[in-house]
Design a protein around this ligand. Sequence first.
Ligand code: NI
Ligand code: MN
Length: 223
Amino acid sequence: MKLRYLGHSAFQIVSSSGTEIVIDPFLDNNPLAPFKSHQVSADYIIITHAHGDHIGDALKIAETGKTTFVCVSELAGMLANQGHKTHAMQIGGAFTFSFGRLKLVPALHGSMTPDGRYAGLAAGVVLSIDGKCIYHCGDTGLFGDMRLIGEMFDVDYMLVPIGGNYTMDIGDAIYAVRMINPKIAIPMHYNTFDLIRADPESFAKQVKEHGYSTQVLSPGDWA
Ligand code: NI
Ligand code: MN
């Protein structure tokens, strides 16, 4: 399994068997993104919620026709109505795909499509793939049930928002890391816009002070 940061909350995961998975591909309108959407291919696109900085360029990437969307059923229904392949799930549900087992977990956030349609609940994602466990928190505020996720899963990579305003800030993210106890905490959802300015090195320093490991990825970096 290989994991690459594509900026903001976007990540690319390539399984050992070559399955390409993209989470929250916000690329063309993100000047910090390392690629444009036409340079990305995906067998699966996981969408944590329908805000524009998460659903992003998902529809463009899916134009090849090979992509299956994985998301909550309300959003999956809209995408299916537009002719896309979808796998609808719901918070708390897990399913074993060909590439690994994926569970949707809570995220304290909203979800509406860029054109204003209600898109169900926002989600986080726990993906167990090739013996590794990735927890992508999605956009979320801090919540105590993260402790349960930390108990249930041996998380290798925690992808955690630190930008504040819409999500946890650095202080909250440190609390979240302590509840999840990941092998490596990777900050995301910061510095894309003025409202979410945060210093990832300050996050990294505080994570280390609490005895955890961290990796600050630049867009385009592999973990
Ligand atoms: Ni959002
Ligand atoms: Mn967001």
